[in-house]
Design a protein around this ligand. Sequence first.
Ligand SMILES: [Zn+2]
Length: 306
Amino acid sequence: MIRTVVSALLVLVLCSCSTGSGRDISGERIKPVKLDPVLSSKQAKQLFGAKATGSPQNPAPFGSYARGCQAGGAELPETGPTWQAMRLSRNRNWGQPELVDYIEDLSRKAARQPGWNGLYIGDMSQPRGGPMLTGHRSHQIGLDVDIWMLPADNLNLTVQQRENISSISLRRSSGAYTNNNWTRAHHEILKAAASDPRVARIFVFPGAKVKMCNDEKGDRAWLRKIRPWWGHHYHFHVRLTCPKGAKGCVNQNPPPAGDGCADAQQWVNNILNPPPPDPNAKPPVPRRELTMEDLPNQCAAVLTAK
Ligand SMILES: [Zn+2]
């Protein structure tokens, strides 16, 4: 019985990826272009995963969040007055200058919360963006960042400590509710994060969105950008809109109008009482690895720029 429910849930989860809401996390697709056959025969994640530094080009995101790359990526300093980048061995503390500025600004606001001296910053993008060897479908164009839920009280962590310590989970009941680790400071930090006009969306588990919907007694406009999503209970994920004038950058459609609280509540209800599986649901199509041909043609130059 349990197995049936689990596989039914799995089908639901996977199938929703091909619907409009599945675009929430991955962004829009763009047309592939013909390229150098040597480059295009290799998986893009191996090519981009091998780059240790940003491309010496003017900053520009190319493509969409889950299908693109970044020129002129900037490195978030490993430690700043109000932040530390975590898991430095991954070398994913790179992004467009707008993202680096955003993180620094938000960390200053977080530092004003009780128990917080700033933020612990998880994955941004690889130095030149692109698909990754492990984890994440998005984070490809230097405009996504994962921010830890663990209050950053100690900003003197060593490199080794930043490899070893873990964030904390804020969820219980499979994400239907927040647990005892949730604090008002999380609400305030997510509110500050979403209220910034540079932000397109923030992904967090459904129970957290409903909690904030219930607790917010003031302006609710910011809740629109808080999008319930699977996972995202050890960190929240901030996605910026394409910077002004970034011609090759593909924005997602904005979230639906309204605060999205009823949808989040429905998601929670479905976690608690899963609906029966759709007997006509098509099996999910396995995902193909991206090659250079799948990426915008500017990405070949980003990859090879010296
Ligand atoms: Zn993320």
